[in-house]
Design a protein around this ligand. Structure first.
Ligand code: FES
Length: 104
């Protein structure tokens, strides 16, 4: 799996993308229908979007919904596994942290 989004005109498969836009901590990020939220964020150059209690960065680890390393808040719902969640136009992703009191 490549974390980079291939432009439709350069894709040898000849897919017909339908673009979408989500926000990550308020910043717009573009993707395509069919991607998970994790692949939208990876293609945007993000390697992590959560902070573990130890302070370490967390993003995709297993990529198949088992490890829960990739969780974030989506449309106000916390602990959504971004590797399993299809991206939808207008989704609002908020990064999470468990490093101290008051964090999500
Ligand atoms: S990367 Fe492991 S659950 Fe998403």
């Amino acid at each position: 799996m490549s974390p980079h989004l291939i432009r439709p005109d350069a894709d040898p498969v000849g897919r017909n993308d339908r673009p979408l836009t989500v926000t990550v901590d308020g910043a717009p990020v573009t993707g395509a229908h069919g991607q998970t939220l994790a692949t939208v964020l990876l293609a945007d150059g993000r390697s992590h979007w959560r902070t573990a209690p130890t302070g370490g960065p967390r993003g995709v680890f297993c990529g198949i919904g088992v490890c829960f390393d990739c969780v974030a808040t989506v449309n106000g719902v916390p602990d959504v596994r971004l590797c399993r969640r299809p991206a939808r136009d207008g989704d609002r992703v908020t990064t999470q942290s468990r490093t101290g009191a008051g964090d999500e």
